[in-house]
Write a protein that binds this ligand. Structure first.
Ligand SMILES: [Zn+2]
Length: 462
């Protein structure tokens, strides 16, 4: 007896499309076949729809203390939004409180997330200080399943900036145990210099946020980071990459034989820096900032060609009121925007426009992040033995991405004016229905921690 069978399913995996049925028992996929004869408790018809592996959102910040405040979504409200957007696994950034060890930080994040998460989750670790004690604990956190460490090349004022020598030291240590180093690539000195010039000239509006963080600041940092990754023989991952130049540097590094991969985010694929001229400019403040149209177009081409490996949300919400912390000074606006619920609709919009294929969508949002962060084959695919993490997308459903239709705690939606055709209508997390037609029907604490496995073999063939 099965728990559930998904019938009339047009199943889209990274390798292709198969029409058939999916059998589920005890939270796992037990059969994928043309027809399933075994009896079942529940049948879900997916006629006329598409059935995809649940998304793995490899970049979220729930309950994240940053720039003098804490992100508006906690692990409950944030993962409700994830579930309603077809995301069945998030990978959140645990960040060391000053003076805490890496193991203490891991425990702290487990304690925050475990009782609240509504879908499964895994963790990255932000390292603030490269002291010997932290270096010594890298091996232990990788054993706990935190196989990715993140370092910042900017945000000195917030105590996050890592020097080149320390990036190198950490990369070497992480590489020893098969982990990955994620990097926020922006040249801190250049940015600080521009920020102080603008502020001195009394240019304080959000528009100058983008002007003070130009594309070259990202390109330079990506080049430097890939050079360090080459020295350390490390597997490196550029988070939230936003420019064509950065993408070219990543490709160039890979052509030199380095394990360098990159992710981009829905907002860079949707908006341009023009948003900083609008009335709601503060709500679009994130780093790196929105870019030129040519960058946006290059990123879509990078998704199509496989030069960009993954799309993740960088879900990092601050309400309009929180954004007002920078009313007098753009450099004090908390950086970040929501996104976990819109990854699938924004990318499906790209499928409708012929920019990427359906299989590529699955690679970018599920299969590749699952591989990159050691969650495959449990996550990232619809196959026998995998977790029954499944999203059903209705290609005809029209939906406005307005705050009234989205589930985050945000008081506004940066996507407010955008209406998409094609939207997730059902999400299964380990066989349980957690979202149906815009309603969250799962439960607080229903998700679990999923440890990432380090790469004993480097993901060259991702
Ligand atoms: Zn982030």
């Amino acid at each position: 007896m099965l728990d559930c069978v998904v019938t009339d399913a047009k199943i889209v995996n990274h390798t292709g499309i198969f029409e058939g049925e999916i059998g589920i028992r005890d939270g796992r996929i037990t059969q994928v076949a043309k027809g399933i004869s075994e009896t079942t408790d529940r049948k879900v018809s997916a006629r006329g729809k598409m059935v995809l592996p649940g998304l793995v959102d490899g970049h979220t910040h729930m309950e994240f203390p940053f720039m003098g405040t804490v992100t508006a979504d906690d692990f409950e409200s944030g993962t409700v939004a994830s579930a309603c957007g077809g995301v069945t696994t998030i990978i959140d950034f645990s960040i060391q409180p000053k003076g805490s060890s890496l193991l203490e930080t891991y425990e702290l994040w487990r304690k925050k997330a475990d009782p609240k998460v509504c879908v499964d989750y895994s963790l990255h670790m932000v390292i603030r200080e490269a002291n010997q004690a932290n270096l010594n604990q890298i091996r232990q956190i990788i054993r706990k399943g935190v196989q990715s460490v993140k370092l910042f090349m900017t945000y000195r004022r917030d105590g996050l900036l890592m020097s080149d020598i320390n990036i190198y030291r950490i990369m070497k240590e992480v590489a020893k145990y098969g982990g990955v180093v994620g990097l926020h690539c922006e040249n801190n000195d250049y940015i600080e210099c521009l920020v102080s010039e603008f502020l001195a000239a009394e240019k304080t509006e959000p528009y100058y946020h983008a002007k003070s963080r130009p594309p070259e600041a990202e390109v330079e940092a990506v080049r430097r980071a890939t050079t360090l990754a080459g020295f350390a023989n490390a597997n490196m991952y550029v988070v939230h990459m936003s420019t064509r130049g950065a993408m070219e540097s990543v490709v160039e590094a890979r052509n030199r034989g380095l394990d360098v991969y990159a992710e981009t985010c829905p907002h860079y694929l949707t908006f341009t820096e023009n948003m900083y001229r609008g009335l709601a400019a503060k709500n679009y403040v994130m780093s790196p900032p929105l870019r030129r149209r040519e960058d946006k177009e290059a990123l879509w081409l990078g998704l199509a060609s496989g030069q960009i490996r993954t799309v993740a949300s960088d879900h990092c919400c601050f309400t309009s009121e929180q954004k007002d912390l920078g009313k007098e000074d753009f450099s004090r606006i908390p950086n970040g925007v929501p996104g976990t619920e819109v990854i699938l609709p924004i990318l499906y919009h790209g499928v409708s426009r012929g920019l990427i294929s359906l299989e590529r969508l699955v690679q970018l949002t599920s299969y590749n992040p699952a591989r990159q962060f050691g969650l495959f084959p449990r996550k990232g695919t619809i196959q026998v033995g995998s977790d029954a993490d499944i999203v059903v997308l209705d290609p005809k459903k029209r939906q406005r991405l307005s705050k009234d239709n989205l589930h985050s705690r945000m008081d506004n939606s940066i996507y407010e004016r955008i209406t998409v055709t094609g939207f997730p209508v059902l999400t299964l997390s380990r066989g349980r229905v957690v979202h149906e037609d815009g309603q969250f029907v799962g439960k607080r604490g229903g998700g679990s921690y999923v440890p990432g496995r380090p790469h004993s073999v480097r993901p060259k063939d991702l």
